[in-house]
Design a protein around this ligand. Structure first.
Ligand code: UDX
Length: 447
């Protein structure tokens, strides 16, 4: 099989399929990326992935190329390129279309094209029509859609042990091929949902929209908690015990970012408007708005801690990745906050355990330090913006000796507030007003 597009999704999928015993060739137009992969190195940080790549290259099951002609010999082709956001919120399909157009002339025998990228509903049908015209093998080329649900940071286990497999297929023949591809996973008891093509496409965008909505729900509750004196972390805990709700994705704080959720909810809305049912998904605009407000509120807390303005102040930003466990900075809430503070004349000192080089490349105007202590040295306020495990165990006394003022915004609820308050820190966490005694307005309008 071939895997077209060697980003987070493609590389993990290629290595995962080789691990299942298949002969896999990964394809990308980026020569440097292919060279790194051929040498057994993932172009990004993902736990366990380097080992998986090296092991399967050594076993002779995994190789990489920039040649579509070479890849065309495969029986199954997975489409794994990005579908980023374009102006207006809709998905940019140019990479996907380019891959199909480049591959098609080489398709001279029966094969199955399997889309994994997140796409607007109707894409599989459109690609089927393109291939009918462009591929010499014509009707012998089928298109299926098999969305990927992997989360960065646990992409390897999500690929090899998924919660479910969604097989969007046009006919039984395509289903049979996909069942063969995933046989070891299916034999292990993973549920399989067989669907038609539009249903498979919708499942993916619906899943991401649901998780985004869940996060924004709890962040909206956090805003309400702040106005009413309640504690959102206790609300999350109690709601989580309800089996109908579940505790996952109820962590309030700085909201969602990354290469998927923000763009997917916008593309889903754009497609709904195209189909004349914009009203049905209009609530996703509110999900987006609540999410972006989380970032503004954290800037506001920091500004208060800095005495009302950032000019001449140093702010230590702990975390640059969009979440812990990855070096991905795409739509990172942490860097968004850092950039707003910097634009308002604050000196921002960033530290992240993995994402420093990506952050430095994208935002060279920020200051980067090699450790938490160096970032905090001389800081007027500290902001914990990514949920890295190493931040959870930070010592409030050690940091207190380095900072100019003991101000901290714990935007991811990563710290134990009792310890930080005891060490004399002015501690703020979104949705926990009782802990911010010095800044909290009394709740006097409830009677
Ligand atoms: C997401 C989807 O979960 C995955 O199924 C899809 O295939 C790709 O997009 P990912 O982008 O890796 O995966 O991140 P995810 O773990 O979903 O987190 C997204 C964002 O939400 C992160 O910024 C994270 O910090 C934030 N988040 C997550 C919260 O703010 N609160 C939570 O409770 C959970």
């Amino acid at each position: 099989m071939s895997v077209l597009g060697c980003g987070y999704l493609g590389v993990t999928h290629a290595a995962g399929m080789a691990e299942l015993g298949h002969q896999v060739i990964g394809v990308d137009v980026d020569i440097a990326k292919i060279a790194a992969l051929a040498g057994g190195r993932s172009p990004f940080f993902e736990p366990g992935l380097d080992e998986l790549i090296s092991r399967n290259i050594a076993a002779g099951r995994l190789s990489f190329t920039t040649s579509y002609e070479e890849a065309a010999a495969a029986d199954v082709h997975f489409l794994c390129v990005g579908t980023p956001q374009r102006d207006g919120g809709a998905a940019d399909m140019s990479y996907l279309d380019a891959v199909v157009e480049t591959l098609a002339p080489f398709l001279v025998k029966e094969c199955l094209i399997v889309g994994k990228s997140t796409v607007p509903v109707g894409t599989a049908a459109r690609i089927t029509s393109m291939l009918r015209v462009l591929a010499p093998a014509g009707e012998a080329v089928s298109v299926a859609w098999n969305p990927e649900f992997l989360c960065e940071g646990k992409a390897v286990s999500d690929t090899l042990h998924p919660d479910r497999l969604v097989l969007g297929v046009p006919d039984e023949r395509a289903e049979k091929v996909l069942r063969e591809v995933y046989a070891p996973i299916i034999d292990a008891g993973v549920p399989v949902v067989v669907a038609d093509l539009p249903t498979a496409e919708v499942i993916k965008t619906a899943a991401n929209s649901f998780t985004a909505t869940k996060i924004s729900f709890i962040n909206a509750i956090a805003e309400f908690c702040e106005a009413s004196g309640a504690d959102v972390t206790v609300v999350s805990e109690a709601l989580g015990y309800d089996a109908r709700i579940g505790r996952q994705f109820l962590n309030s704080g700085l909201g969602f970012g990354g290469g998927c959720l923000p763009k997917d909810i916008r593309a889903f809305q754009a497609r709904a408007y195209e189909l004349g049912v914009g009203q049905a998904l209009a609530f996703l605009a509110e999900v987006d708005a609540v999410n972006l407000r989380c970032r503004e509120r954290v800037v506001e807390y920091l500004r208060k801690q800095c005495g009302g303005a950032f000019t001449g102040r140093r702010i230590a930003v702990l975390g640059a990745a969009f979440k812990g466990g990855t070096d991905d900075i795409r739509d990172s809430p942490a860097l968004h906050v850092a950039n707003i503070v910097s634009a308002q004349e604050g000196e921002v000192a960033v530290y992240d355990p993995q994402a420093m080089s990506n952050a430095r490349r994208a935002f060279p105007h920020l200051v980067y330090e090699n450790s938490v202590l160096e970032a905090v040295r001389g800081a007027d306020a500290v902001a914990v913006l990514t949920d890295w495990p190493e931040f959870v165990t930070l010592n409030p006394y050690t940091l207190g000796d380095e900072a100019r003022s003991r101000n901290i915004v714990d935007a991811r609820h990563a710290l134990d507030p009792t310890q930080w308050l005891r060490a004399g820190w002015n501690y703020i966490a979104p949705g926990r007003p009782a802990l911010q005694a010095s800044l909290n307005e009394p709740v006097d309008s409830l009677v």
